[in-house]
Design a protein around this ligand. Structure first.
Ligand SMILES: Nc1ncnc2c1ncn2[C@@H]1O[C@H](COP(=O)(O)OP(=O)(O)OP(=O)(O)O)[C@@H](O)[C@H]1O
Ligand SMILES: [Mg+2]
Length: 476
C-alpha cells in the first residue's frame, strides 16, 4: 500500500492509539512519544480506520470496549485490508475471554488496564521488531523471486534454472526453436518471453494453432492467398508469415501440421521465401519461427506423420519444459508467485501458506502442470480470508491420492455401503475432521454428521438391514 510521508520517518515507528477515553489516549500517546514513536490517536474504530491510509502506522494499540465500532470489529476490519499491521489490544479489566478472542482473530498481544508503562514499552518494542523482520523477509522473498525469474517466467528448480540461464542467448538469436512439454508447462509463456527479450520485441508476435484448422484454411492462414484461391473467400489475404515480418511467429501444436504444408514450411525455413496460395510472386520475409508441441515429434516421425527434415530445421534449438511433478521445488516458488499475483489483483496481502496447505500442494501430482497450479491458487485467493492460505482454501482435488478406496468392491455393493465406506475412510484420512471430509466428498457437514449418528445407532453386524422396514413389520 502506498503511503505519503509528510515528514521524515521517525526512528522507531508509528503507533495509532485508539481509545474512547480521552485521558487514557493522552497518557498512552505521551508515554509512546517519549519512547521515540510517532503517535496519532482516534476515539473509536471508525475514526481509527480513517487514520490508517494517511498515517500508515506500523502498529495499532486499541481498546476493546468502545461505543460504535469496538476493538474486535476494528481488528477484523484491519485484517481484511492490511495484514502486515500489528494490533495490540487493551482491555479495562482482565477480560481474558475477549482478549483470547482477539488473539484468535489475529491480535499480536493484549495488555490489561491499568497499563504498566514498562510492560507497554517492552511489548511495543517487540512488536515493532517483528513488523520490521516480517517486512525484511517480504523484501528478501521478492528479491529471491526476482533472481528466480525472467520477467514473468518463474522457476527455482535446477531444471528451470538451466532454462532461465539459456534465455538471454536464445532470445538474442534468430535460430528456429522447438519447445516441448506436457500441456500447461508454460510453452506459450516461454515463447512470448523469448520474443519480448529479443531484438524483435517491438515487432509483431503472432500465434497460429496448427491443430485448430483444417488444411486449406491453415495454409491460407500461414501463407495467405490470392483472390479466387479459396472457394469461400474473395480477394487477396496476407498470411501470418507476412504479418509477422520482422517479428516472431509461434506455431503451436506443430505435430498437427499436414504433410503438404510440412513441405512448404520446410522450404520457407530454408529460404525465407514463399508464395501465397494461388500466387506466383515470391515473397521474402524475416520471421523467427518458434514451434511448440506436447506430442513427442520423434514418435510422429517413426509413425511417418512428421517429416524428419522439418524436425531438424525446427529443432535448431530445443527447450524441453519438464512436467511440474518432475520439479517439485518449483511448486512453492510458483505458488508464492501466483499468490502475490492474484492477491494483488484482489487487493489482498498474503504471508504464504499454512503447513497443511503446503503439504497438499507438495503431495499432489499436478497432471495439468503449472496451469492447474495457477488455477488452484486463483481459487484459494478468492476463498482465503487470513494472512495465510489454508488447506481448506484449496480446491478439493488438490492433495495426495485418497487412501483406502480400493477396499470397497463396487459390483453388487449397495449405495449405502459405498457411501458409508467413502465417508468413514475419508474421515480417517482427514483424522476425523468432518469439515474437511465434507469438502473432499462434496457433501454437507450436516449430512456427514447425520450419517455418523445413523452408523452409530445401527447394529454393526447387520450392514444389509433394510433402511426402511416394510410397514407390516413395524409394530403399532
Ligand atoms: N514458469 C512459469 N512461471 C509463471 N507462470 C507460468 C510458468 N509456466 C506456466 N505458467 C503459467 O501457466 C499457464 C499455462 O502456461 P502456457 O499456456 O504457457 O502452457 P502451455 O505449455 O502452452 O500449455 P498447452 O500445451 O496446454 O497449450 C499460463 O497462465 C502461464 O502464464
Ligand atoms: Mg499452449
Amino acid at each position: 500500500m502506498a503511503r505519503v510521508l509528510h515528514d521524515p520517518p521517525p526512528m522507531k515507528g508509528r503507533v495509532l492509539v485508539v481509545d474512547d477515553d480521552a485521558d487514557a489516549r493522552e497518557a498512552l500517546s505521551e508515554a509512546l512519544r517519549e519512547g521515540g514513536y510517532a503517535v496519532e490517536t482516534a476515539a473509536d474504530g471508525f475514526k481509527g480506520l480513517g487514520k490508517l491510509p494517511d498515517f500508515g502506522p506500523d502498529l495499532v494499540l486499541t481498546d476493546l470496549k468502545m461505543p460504535g465500532m469496538d476493538g474486535l470489529e476494528f481488528l477484523r476490519k484491519i485484517h481484511s485490508g492490511r495484514s502486515d499491521l500489528a494490533v495490540i489490544v487493551t482491555t479495562a479489566f482482565a477480560d481474558v475471554e475477549t482478549a483470547v478472542t482477539a488473539l484468535k482473530e489475529g491480535a499480536a498481544d493484549y495488555l490489561t488496564k491499568p497499563l504498566d508503562l514498562t510492560v507497554l514499552s517492552v511489548v511495543v518494542a517487540r512488536e515493532m521488531d517483528r513488523v520490521r523482520l516480517r517486512r525484511e523477509a517480504g523484501a528478501l522473498r521478492a528479491r529471491l523471486a526476482e533472481r528466480y525469474s525472467f520477467s514473468n517466467l518463474v522457476g527455482s528448480s535446477p531444471g528451470m534454472q538451466s532454462v532461465l540461464k539459456l534465455l538471454p542467448q536464445v532470445a538474442a538469436s534468430k535460430a528456429s526453436l522447438l519447445i516441448t512439454g506436457e500441456p500447461g508447462t508454460g510453452k506459450e509463456l516461454l515463447a512470448t518471453t523469448i520474443h519480448e527479450h529479443s531484438p524483435r520485441a517491438k515487432q509483431p508476435f503472432l500465434k497460429l494453432h496448427c491443430a485448430a484448422l483444417a488444411e486449406p484454411l491453415l495454409e491460407s492462414e500461414l501463407f495467405g492467398h490470392e483472390s479466387g484461391a479459396l472457394p469461400a473467400s474473395l480477394g487477396r489475404r496476407e498470411g501470418r508469415l507476412q504479418q509477422a515480418d520482422g517479428g516472431t511467429l509461434f506455431l503451436d501444436e506443430i505435430f498437427a501440421i499436414p504433410p503438404a504444408l510440412q513441405v512448404r514450411l520446410l522450404r520457407f525455413l530454408r529460404e525465407h521465401a514463399f508464395q501465397r496460395m494461388g500466387g506466383e510472386e515470391t515473397l521474402h520475409v524475416d520471421v523467427r519461427v518458434i514451434a511448440a508441441s506436447d506430442h513427442d515429434l520423434r514418435e510422429e516421425i517413426a509413425r511417418g506423420s512428421f517429416r524428419e527434415d522439418l524436425f531438424y530445421q525446427l529443432n535448431v534449438v530445443n527447450i524441453d519444459l519438464p512436467p511440474l511433478r518432475a520439479r517439485p521445488s518449483d511448486i512453492l516458488t510458483l505458488a508464492m508467485h501466483f499468490l502475490r499475483k492474484y492477491g494483488s489483483e484482489d487487493g489482498k496481502t498474503f504471508e504464504g501458506f499454512s503447513d497443511q496447505a503446503l503439504e497438499r500442494l507438495a503431495g499432489y501430482e499436478w497432471p495439468g502442470n503449472v496451469r492447474e497450479l495457477e488455477n488452484a491458487i486463483a481459487h484459494a485467493v478468492v476463498l482465503a480470508s487470513g494472512p495465510r492460505v489454508t488447506a481448506m482454501d484449496l480446491p478439493p482435488s488438490v492433495g495426495p491420492a485418497p487412501v483406502g478406496t480400493a477396499a470397497v468392491r463396487i459390483p453388487g455393493s449397495k449405495m449405502e455401503d459405498i457411501e458409508r465406506h467413502a465417508i468413514l475412510s475419508t474421515l480417517e484420512a482427514t483424522r476425523g475432521s468432518t469439515t474437511k471430509a465434507a469438502e473432499m466428498l462434496g457433501m454437507s457437514v450436516r449430512t456427514i454428521q447425520y450419517r455418523l449418528q445413523q452408523y452409530h445407532s445401527a447394529p454393526k453386524n447387520e450392514p444389509h438391514l433394510p433402511a426402511v422396514l416394510p410397514s407390516s413389520v413395524t409394530s403399532g
